[in-house]
Design a protein around this ligand. Structure first.
Ligand code: NAP
Length: 274
């Protein structure tokens, strides 16, 4: 069992990192930041997103475990006071895992070049200089012309993040698919979009073909994607989205109820039946 630790720099995360390293050493676990079997993240969901992209090339060989040291995390099951239990689980690991879908994106540029990205949470596309206008194709057929601030395309596990803030639905993380949510669409007698989020199944293909050449901003999880180096150079023409072939794997040492987490994070308080 080779374990990597990926932490953020808050004092609490640094304290937990030190403690975990000491306990792991005592238990005879091997540290390997380059080729681990398990990556333990210490921080919040943002830290797990960074770890995911750091270890993206090794996805089919690694499993993640998240310890959260800040707010309640969606990807981070373990609390900072459960280090002993986590080390025990790592020592007794029998390869148990749970996997979740990812989003594949191909950005096609005016010079014919294609860039590929994978998102764990979502990708957003906006035009920061004017109304974003794009044709939306579902399974190669024109569905609508979107005009508005932008679009958010999220994974099932990312549905509780940005997607939720823009009115998208929360998806069961075990469902295989992805979701398209609008950001401030223009809807009137002249311009019309569906006006509600769409949840796509496992084999769906979504394509956005942009009208304008300039001003677009595309994100992939925490990062802004570099789509234009200098004005006049290649510009983004279209982006296609589908469920990725690879998935993210988590070491599942115990069961956590996703809907309890959703209730705790977004509703809170005791819920009494009426
Ligand atoms: P951030 O702005 O520092 O934090 C965004 C918040 O989203 C944090 O509280 C983070 O939790 C939480 N979060 C991340 N993934 C989540 C998930 N799958 N479900 C529920 N909450 C989640 O940004 P960041 O830490 O770099 O994270 C990047 C993510 O922030 C993006 O992928 C996007 O989803 C989200 N975001 C949301 C908005 C919005 O809602 N208006 C705007 C921009 C970005 P932790 O505190 O545990 O890290």
């Amino acid at each position: 069992m080779r374990v990597a630790i990926y932490n953020n720099q808050t004092p609490e995360s640094q304290r937990v990192t030190k403690l975990l390293k000491a306990e792991m050493t005592k238990a005879g676990l091997v540290f390997d930041q380059q080729a681990p079997n398990v990556v333990v993240t210490i921080g919040g969901d943002g830290t797990l997103l960074s770890a995911f992209h750091h270890y993206e090339a090794l996805l089919d060989r690694i499993r993640f475990v998240g310890i959260h040291t800040g707010h309640l995390g969606f990807y981070t099951d373990w609390r900072n006071y459960e280090i002993d239990d986590l080390v025990d689980s790592l020592v007794n690991d029998s390869g148990q895992s749970v996997s979740y879908p990812l989003l594949d994106m191909h950005a096609i540029y005016s010079d014919g070049s294609i860039d590929h990205y994978t998102a764990l949470n979502e990708s957003t596309l906006r035009n920061i200089t004017k109304t974003m206008v794009c044709n939306v194709y579902i399974n190669n057929e024109l569905f609508e012309t979107f005009r508005g601030d932008g679009l958010c395309i999220s994974t099932p596990t990312g549905s509780t993040a940005y997607n939720k803030s823009v009115g998208g639905a929360i998806m069961d993380p075990h469902s295989i698919g992805f979701q398209l949510a609008e950001m401030a669409s223009l809807n009137n007698r002249v311009f019309r979009t569906l006006g509600s989020p769409i949840v796509f199944g496992a084999n769906a293909k979504l394509l956005l073909r942009l009208k304008d050449e300039n001003g677009h901003l595309m994100t992939c999880d925490r990062e802004q994607v570099k789509i234009q180096h200098r004005p006049g150079e290649r510009h983004l023409v279209e982006i296609s989205y589908q469920v990725a072939k690879k998935q993210i794997n988590f070491a599942q040492y115990r069961h956590n109820n996703f809907w309890h987490r959703v209730r705790d994070a977004f509703i809170g308080g005791a819920q009494n039946e009426i």
